[in-house]
Design a binder for this molecule. Sequence first.
Ligand code: G1P
Length: 280
Amino acid sequence: MLPVAKKPVVQYVVEEMEANGINQILLVTGRNKTSIENHFDFDHELTRTLRETGKEDLLPELEYERMRMQFFFTRQRKQKGLGDAVLCAQKFTKSEPFTVALGDSIIGLHGRSRLVEHMCHVFEEEKPSCIIAVQEVTPDKVSSYGIVKPASDGDVFTISDMVEKPDRKDAPSNLAVSARYIFSPEIYGAINHTYAGKGGEIQLTDAIRILIREGRKVMGVKLPAGDIRYDIGNFGAYYRAFIEFAMDDPEYGEDVKAFIREKAGENSKEARLRENRALR
Ligand code: G1P
């Protein structure tokens, strides 16, 4: 429920899924996360209060409650890793292919990305076992992500191997797994054969490696230019995302920019003063 500018991150992700043609979503949550379920319900009381207190201008902020998405919830009872979290969806997705969207990443400014729709088209055409969204990262970031080894060039390619959070020297490329996947149900069997890996967790990356080793087709799709991936999973990236989204707010954006300019000006003035004092 961490907000980026006006909305909780999970809301961006759900809205992104809806905009990409998905109409049923299973949220795999855990302890103390019931606020997520409540968030997507109609809040008649809040609507009434806004009307009664003359705050009708805020009603559009509740538009998301009207989205046509059908919600399902389940809980991962023990934090056993991403692979295990995906396994929680098996009874829900049954024999159908499905998308996995990690709740700690927003794709595109305000989540306005059509990446998943594009991945679905590739999935229908190529019929792979799995498609993974990837983005290029700088060498200092490879140890924070799953890194794929492409077997071909281009924006859509086959993956011949991947490693979860490798050391910089062992990274097979600079293409990082970027929080959106499409799977055929074959992934469940692979997860069931996956032992605890990095961090003692059942890693989705290790399960995908099993698919590759079994000779199944695993593909990568690069994030289109302009589709930035906002990783909310670390403070630095979270702060940057918050500032960028706030700067782009139609109502408050200009004020936020002026404030940042003012603060940056103050800081550089202070830095100059310090420098001058040090020189004296
Ligand atoms: C997970 C995956 C990793 C991926 C990352 C972002 O890591 O295990 O391969 O790169 O999400 O999509 P986590 O952020 O859960 O540590």
